[in-house]
Write a protein that binds this ligand. Structure first.
Ligand code: MYR
Length: 131
């Protein structure tokens, strides 16, 4: 269900979320128009991810339940994993610089992919359409 290429359509509270993450105004303004496109390809419990944005292009593989490293576009390093609960992908990642946890959920709602983020009491959402 997650397979395909997903292009960000809209975001909710993403600026506040990035602010809570400590990202400065200039970077937040750029990130608001990052044209993020995520391609997901699932094979049993392994996912191949291609991420394309105005910031960068990267590809990675992760296995459900297995910890991996991931860097945000600003260089902030995270370590964590995704698990599948029913039809929902749940991610829990720890920031290496301060030990704080960022959680995120991916789910299909109608014909959209909704990714929710939570960090230190602030939540945000980005909604992607299949392209
Ligand atoms: C992936 O599945 O796409 C790779 C792992 C993603 C890790 C969690 C992503 C959190 C992104 C938060 C972006 C907000 C930046 C302030």
């Amino acid at each position: 269900a997650f397979n395909g290429t997903w292009k960000v359509d809209r975001s909710e509270n993403y600026d506040k979320f990035m602010e809570q993450m400590g990202i400065n105004l200039v970077k937040r303004k750029l990130a608001a128009h990052d044209n993020l496109k995520i391609t997901l390809e699932q094979n049993e419990d392994t996912f191949h991810v291609k991420e394309v944005s105005t910031f960068r292009t990267l590809e990675l593989d992760f296995k459900l339940g297995v910890t991996f490293q991931y860097s945000l576009a600003d260089g902030t390093e995270l370590s964590g994993s995704w698990v599948m609960e029913g039809d929902v992908l749940k991610g829990s990642f720890i920031r290496k610089d301060n030990g704080k946890t960022l959680t995120t959920i991916r789910q299909i709602v109608g014909d959209e992919l909704v990714q929710s983020y939570s960090y230190e009491g602030v939540e945000a959402k980005r909604v992607f359409k299949k392209s």
